[in-house]
Structures are given as C-alpha cells and as structure tokens.
Design a protein around this ligand. Structure first.
Ligand code: 13P
Length: 255
C-alpha cells in the first residue's frame, strides 16, 4: 500500500454557516495560512457564498467546492442547482451524499449515485460521503454498509471517471459530536472503502483513490488520523470555520 500514489486532500465543509461577506473574510484570513500547503486545499461552501468565495480564493491555492448538486441538467426542480451552473461559477469540487443530506433530506444511495454521475459528467470532482450510524456499528454492519454505500455511489462510474472521485468516510456518530473515531477506526473504515473499490475496479486502481476521513477532525487529532496509511485527507466541518485550526490540519497533511 503506497500512500504517495494518491493526492492528499483537505476539504472544509462549511455546511449552513457564513454569509457571503463572512465567507470572503474567512478565506482572506486563511489564504496566507495555507499558502505553503503540501496537499490540495478545498473549501465547500453554501451555494449562495460561491461567487464571493471564488473571488476571494482567486490566485491562491484554495479551490472552492459546493455542498450538493442536482442530478438533472435543468428543469422544474425548484431550489436545486445543476452541475454546469456550479462549473460556470468556478466550482471544482462538490460534496455528495453527506449524512446530513441522507438524514434530513431523504438522500438515498440511488440519488447519491445519480448526483455523482452528474458531477463527473460536468467535470467536477465528487467528494462522496459514506458512513455508518452508531446502531449499524454496534450491530456489526460497518464493513457491509460501507462497501454497499461505496459500490452503490459508484454504479456506472468508469475507471477513467473514478480519477475525479474522492470518498469521504464519515462515521455518522462522529459528526459534530466531538467524538472522533480512533485513528485505527478511521484507518479501518477507509480500508473497507478502498477494499470495495478494489472489488469493482481492481487493487491497482483502488490504491490511487483518495479516501478522506471526516468526523470531528480537528487541530489536535489531525496529525494522528492523517498518519494512517488509508487516510489520505480529511473532510472537516466545525474546524474548517476557524482559519487557524484549519491551517494546522492542512499542515498535518504534509506527506
Ligand atoms: P465535524 O468536523 O464538525 O464533525 O463535521 C464533519 C463533517 O460532517 C464534514 O463533512
């Protein structure tokens, strides 16, 4: 297993936080702190913040992502945003299938797959989230569930398109709870994701796919989590809203 075969990506997921003005201010604060990053740096922001975020990040090493994308190209889908709209706005990445979307907005493995295909077809990099609930973990279903979610999300995704896919393992019980998975649990979960990819695309391809860990990753625990062979980066919620904390995590991703 060779970690150097894949890109380290630290991505913030701001969720429903920051107005456009506040987003621009936070990015201005972050820019000098992450300028010498040895990994890719991405901030996934609320849709309304995208123009301000893209403008603020211009000329820096920060790339902007969205937090969701619709699976149709256009049409009567009130409130939704299509992939080419994101592309035209300067977005490069998009979070898909976050557990909050699955839990509160009826996202299913099938719609996660459709959104992933729409993102990839538009040239976006998809950050696809998978993760088990505490109940599923306690019942012993973690491996089965992670493999199932990963394979479902990647249905009809070609090996070529897979180059633009990042999978984020986010145990639901660790999101926003302050309860972080241990580094070994994160490594194991990410390993299950990679094994699922290997079952479909082969081991060689699986070793090139970036698999992030997300769930209460912070300035204090990032280095240990990111030291694990299967942890290629992080998807960070709360700590990505603080410039200093986020920059510590970015530095911890130096390979
Ligand atoms: P926290 O880092 O706030 O736990 O959120 C993780 C997450 O959901 C990132 O997508």
């Amino acid at each position: 297993m060779n970690k150097a075969k894949r890109a380290a990506v630290i991505a913030g997921n701001w969720k429903m936080n920051k107005t456009p003005k506040a987003a621009a201010a936070l990015i201005e604060e972050m820019k000098p702190l992450v300028a010498d990053a040895d990994c890719k740096v991405v901030l996934c922001v609320p849709a309304i913040d995208i123009p301000a975020a893209v403008a603020a990040a211009k000329g820096s090493n920060i790339e902007i992502g969205a937090e969701n994308v619709h699976f149709k190209a256009s049409g009567a889908y009130t409130g939704e945003i299509a992939a080419d709209m994101l592309v035209e706005a300067g977005v490069k990445y998009v979070v898909i299938g976050h557990s909050e979307r699955r839990q509160y907005f009826a996202e299913t493995d099938q719609t996660v797959n459709l959104r992933t295909l729409a993102a990839l077809n538009a040239g976006l990099t998809a950050i696809v989230c998978v993760g088990e609930t505490l109940e599923q973990r306690e019942l012993g279903y973690t491996e089965t569930l992670l493999k199932y979610q990963t394979k479902m999300a990647l249905t009809n995704v070609t090996a070529e398109q897979l180059k633009n896919v990042i999978i984020a393992y986010e145990p639901v019980w660790a999101i926003g709870t302050g309860v972080t998975a241990t580094a070994d649990q994160a490594d194991e979960g990410n390993g299950f994701v990679r094994a699922a990819i290997a079952e479909v695309y082969g081991q060689e391809v699986a070793e090139t796919v970036t698999v992030q860990y997300g769930g209460s990753m912070n300035a204090a625990n990032a280095e240990e989590l990111l030291s694990k062979v299967n942890v290629d980066g992080g998807l960070i919620g709360g700590a990505s809203l603080k410039a200093q904390d986020f920059s510590v995590i970015v530095k911890a991703a130096a390979q």
